[in-house]
Design a binder for this molecule. Sequence first.
Ligand code: SF4
Length: 366
Amino acid sequence: MEKIKRFIECLIPITGCNLKCGYCYVIQRNKRSLQSAVMKYSPEQIGLAMNKMRWGGTCYFSICGAGETILQKDIEEIVFNILKNGHYVNITTNGTITNQLNKILDKSLSFINHLHFSFSFHYLELLDKNLLDVFFDNVKKCKEKGASIMVQVNMCDEYLPYLEDMKNLCIKNIGAMPQIAATRKEMSGLQKIELLTSHTEQEYKMFGKSFNSPLFDFTMKNFNVKRKEFCYAGDWSGNLNLATGIFRRCYASCIHQDIFKNPKEKINFLAVGNHCGSSFCMNSSHFMSLGTIPSLQAPTYAHLRNRKESGWYTKEMENFLSGKLKDNNNEYSSFKKIICNSVGLIDNLIYFIYVRIKKNRRKNAY
Ligand code: SF4
């Protein structure tokens, strides 16, 4: 049974999308330029950089666009070049771009058991654009071909009158209710983050609870909780921009490396430690469930997403994503932890200054 070595959150900075959801983070930030990402490196070069030896073992690369991920040109080549190294790949998609999805499935059919799709169910846009059948046909097709799937809904006020319709549609088409993701209000810089709702947090939780979604329960439990434990992000996990090759330890880190330029160059893995610079772990359902903070008890990644009764995951995916990073990585010695924390303090300071400068520039621009 393969054990996960690292979890890498990958961004493709495409802002183009065929839908226009009111709660979209890109629209909230006013960054919807409908542009494709300019990829500095070819899919083949990305493939060379993902060599399993370099990464120390089998990793899980989770790819998400700033718009619709699979609209990106050559997405099927990028996914294939990562998979062929023996890694696992997640693609987050709105599930409506059939020709692009077909290209991915055709190209990676021989690695299909390592492919995971997170389908975002944007109900009102699908209804408005008459794409509900297209969406469910695509989800079912991925599952039939042998990929693992999960369907999730961004909980927000505009869906409240339709919650029962959404549940019933999912049960009818894919055998279970969707998982629920919490939706944030986009705010700049270091401010406390809020939920995107006019309701109280208690009411918001109640709406989500009716979906019996472990993903939602876990996300809400960790919402706005500042993490102070020793975090292995930067070593056991990381953030990678697939367009530029820039690898960062986590969101609030200034330490970076272009890991695509020279695929033979060693990647400088170093944990963030006790100095997480974020106000809370924005993607805790990924990082925490895979065990980036080993001292924290958390359900597995598979438990938060798979609807076992409907077999959304293959057996192989269920096994792989039920593992924890500490099963395949050694924790640091006390001395190494001291080094990490010293680097972390300086990194935090630089990040703080960087955010302040950015904020002031934005203010002056208005
Ligand atoms: S706790 Fe902080 S450093 Fe660790 S994964 Fe979460 S955001 Fe990143």
